[in-house]
Design a protein around this ligand. Structure first.
Ligand SMILES: Nc1ncnc2c1ncn2[C@@H]1O[C@H](COP(=O)(O)OP(=O)(O)OP(=O)(O)O)[C@@H](O)[C@H]1O
Ligand SMILES: [Mg+2]
Length: 338
């Protein structure tokens, strides 16, 4: 049995988790800074890193206490090395180095994006019917606040990028459109809630198909929503927030779903995996659950947004394959997955 303790501080969540054999979660603690950054309408980097400094030690202590373990009982220490905010990453990576140095356990540097992918197979340690293990080749759709990309995985830790966004990430588009509609931060959940009362056909927003490539673009869609809002405001009409939200959300999901299925067919994968904050969106989940051409893995809701359990999951496979890191490693704020 292998136990990994992992730390995640790439953005505005201070998180720690202990995981057994790559998938069974013993404990996961997240200290969110959401309320602090909501005041600024987005993440304020320097505030985020200083908040991580305050939270990191209690979060680690609480995680070990919940798991009922001491540091001596874990096999390795993993931490997110990137991508993310440099000042935030430094806090988590250095805490991990301290733990590794003090305990003599190996250090593992994990890519935050592979964490989002590996979150799809997580389960509680005492769960009755855990989801089956990954089957390769698989297609991973990563949809988060900073990234939107399709990766082909032929094996563990083997990522081939088939396409990615050329401008905004899907989550970023949700956040920007929410702000434009006067909805609170973070925008994704706010749009999803507003959209439930709306008509997705009310506005025919553009879909960027990009000549059937596997790339994405969401900035034109965002501009189209902006133009519609300006037009309605100029005509002194009340904004149909729910209809705008529903029509915008439908346009994003349409493109994500269609291109993912197209890539899955092209590469004849065994399964599709979806990860990242936007995978929490119920309408997106429903679109994928509505197809039965490919086996589907979506993380449980609580592991869609940033957490350390997913870092421990990816860290486990790095550990198993001998990808250990020297204590002298730096953070990699723009580290690509492939
Ligand atoms: N229910 C939802 N519907 C749509 N978007 C959502 C939902 N919940 C969260 N999001 C979006 O997910 C994003 C946050 O996800 P995540 O924490 O994975 O991103 P990040 O860590 O900031 O970026 P990255 O992982 O690319 O570094 C935000 O843009 C948020 O609006
Ligand atoms: Mg993330």
């Amino acid at each position: 049995m292998t136990r990994i303790l992992a730390i995640e501080t790439s953005c505005d969540e201070t998180a720690c988790a202990v995981l057994e054999d790559g998938r069974a979660l013993l404990a996961s603690v997240i200290a969110s800074q959401m309320d602090i950054h909501a005041r600024y309408g987005g993440v304020f980097p320097e505030v985020a890193s200083r908040q991580h400094v305050l939270s990191i030690t209690p979060v680690i202590e609480q995680t070990l206490a919940r798991a009922g373990l001491t540091l001596a009982e874990v096999d390795a220490i993993a931490a997110t090395r990137g991508p993310g905010l440099a000042g935030s990453l430094v806090v988590g990576l250095n805490a991990a180095k301290g733990l590794a140095l003090g305990s003599g356990k190996p250090l593992i540097g994990v890519n935050h994006l592979e964490g989002h992918i590996y979150s799809a197979w997580l389960h509680e340690a005492n769960q009755q019917n855990p989801p089956p293990a990954p089957q390769f080749p698989l297609l991973a759709l990563l949809v988060s606040g900073g990234h939107t990309e399709l990766n082909l995985m032929r094996n563990h830790l083997d990522y081939q990028r088939l396409g990615a966004t050329r401008d905004d990430a899907a989550g970023e588009a949700f956040d920007k459109v929410a702000r434009l509609l006067g909805l609170p931060y973070p925008g994704g959940p706010a749009i999803e809630i507003a959209a439930r009362q709306g008509n997705a056909q009310a506005f025919n927003f553009p879909r960027a198909w990009l000549d059937d490539s596997l790339n994405f673009s969401f900035s034109g869609l965002k501009t189209a929503v902006l133009r519609e809002v300006r037009r309605l405001e100029a005509e002194k009409q009340p904004l149909p927030i729910a209809d705008l939200a529903a029509s915008f959300q439908a346009a994003v999901i349409d493109v994500l779903f269609t291109k993912t299925l197209q890539a899955a067919r092209q590469h004849q994968v065994k399964e599709i995996v979806i990860g990242g904050g936007v995978s929490a969106n119920q309408a997106l989940r429903a679109a994928f659950l509505g197809q039965n051409e490919f086996k589907l893995h979506i993380p449980p809701l609580k592991y869609c947004t940033d957490n350390a359990a997913m870092i421990a999951a990816a860290g486990y496979y790095r550990y198993s394959l001998g990808h250990l890191a020297p204590l002298a490693i730096d953070v990699l704020p723009t580290w690509p997955l492939s």
